[in-house]
Design a protein around this ligand. Sequence first.
Ligand SMILES: Cc1cc2nc3c(=O)[nH]c(=O)nc-3n(C[C@H](O)[C@H](O)[C@H](O)COP(=O)(O)O)c2cc1C
Length: 210
Amino acid sequence: MRITYNQHTLLDTQILPSPFSQFESWFNDAKRDALTTSVEPNAMNLATSTRDGRPSSRMVLLKDYDEDGFVFFTNYESRKGRELSENPWAALNFWWGQRSVRVEGRAEKVDAAESDEYYNSRPRGSRIGAWTSPQSCALQGREELESLEREVEKRFEGVEEIPRPPFWGGFRVVPERIEFWQGRPSRLHDRIEFRRTEGGKRWKMARLAP
Ligand SMILES: Cc1cc2nc3c(=O)[nH]c(=O)nc-3n(C[C@H](O)[C@H](O)[C@H](O)COP(=O)(O)O)c2cc1C
């Protein structure tokens, strides 16, 4: 299980000055590599926490990103949704083999138009699924879920454009800190941290010890 980390060295002069450009560069590499594996390069671990500081984490899919932040979609009444409404601080972690990107910041709901646009781009089955699943709640069994699905299908029979459920939409994690990690021989890995400066549009970069 001990693999040798062998990424090319990341020289200080090669790090892009914007963490978003650096993210794009690594994300493009991961998407290219994913063509030969079954891995979803846009899968990311999302950590949230309750008001009193108990953490929880799960995987979600990155659906959009730009200089405003990293967007995923979910049920706002799910455990993660409830935790984010109590405590908006969140952390993301992408894992691409010998690379990882960690993002920390506050999560805010994306505006309704943005959620509508993404919801409307999804296949009908996924739109039905969003209405069907009381995400994170206990079910009597698989049968209950399937019967809920049948009810939703009946409700929207003949309806071409199924509307977005009010309890479903996107969150945008607005980063305060983004870290790029890559594996190097002898555990002397590269760790590049970007921290948003006070009030800021600017980022302060530092190299951290591995
Ligand atoms: C690869 C992968 C991608 C997932 N993507 C999402 C997603 O984008 N949105 C979502 O709500 N759940 C997604 N899930 C399911 C979540 O991991 C989780 O089971 C669900 O959101 C309920 O989490 P919660 O009870 O902590 O709110 C994904 C799971 C995996 C393994």
